[in-house]
Design a protein around this ligand. Structure first.
Ligand SMILES: [Zn+2]
Length: 109
């Protein structure tokens, strides 16, 4: 695997490889063994900007009405994948502590 930069552990600050995580799964710090995850706001931001980029591509392609809807639905998945992947390497995601039983919020399943 090829890693692009590192993420900082929110607990101990140890560097963790950027890219060594799966969606929805907590990242375990190799130094302190505590769990963290990509912050929700970062995920929302990359998805929202990805949607905006997809819409922008449809505008550039001069799609209207049904063509816009069709083009948007075809382009959205590949553009989002490329966008989210690319953004992660340009702007490293922020990590936040993964929810535990004591924190009041349950981890999303
Ligand atoms: Zn740590």
């Amino acid at each position: 695997m090829n890693y692009y930069g590192t993420l900082g552990c929110p607990f101990c600050g140890a560097a963790m490889p950027n890219g060594d995580y799966k969606a929805g799964r907590p990242i375990v710090c190799p130094s302190c063994s505590r769990r963290s995850r990509i912050s929700r706001s970062y995920k929302q931001l990359t998805i929202l900007t990805g949607i905006a980029v997809t819409a922008g591509i449809c505008f550039v392609l001069n799609l209207h009405g049904l063509g816009f809807a069709l083009g948007f639905s075809i382009l959205l998945a590949p553009v989002l994948m490329i966008w989210v992947f690319g953004t992660r390497h340009i702007i490293p995601p922020k990590l936040e502590p993964a929810a535990t039983e004591n924190s009041g919020t349950k981890p999303a399943q």
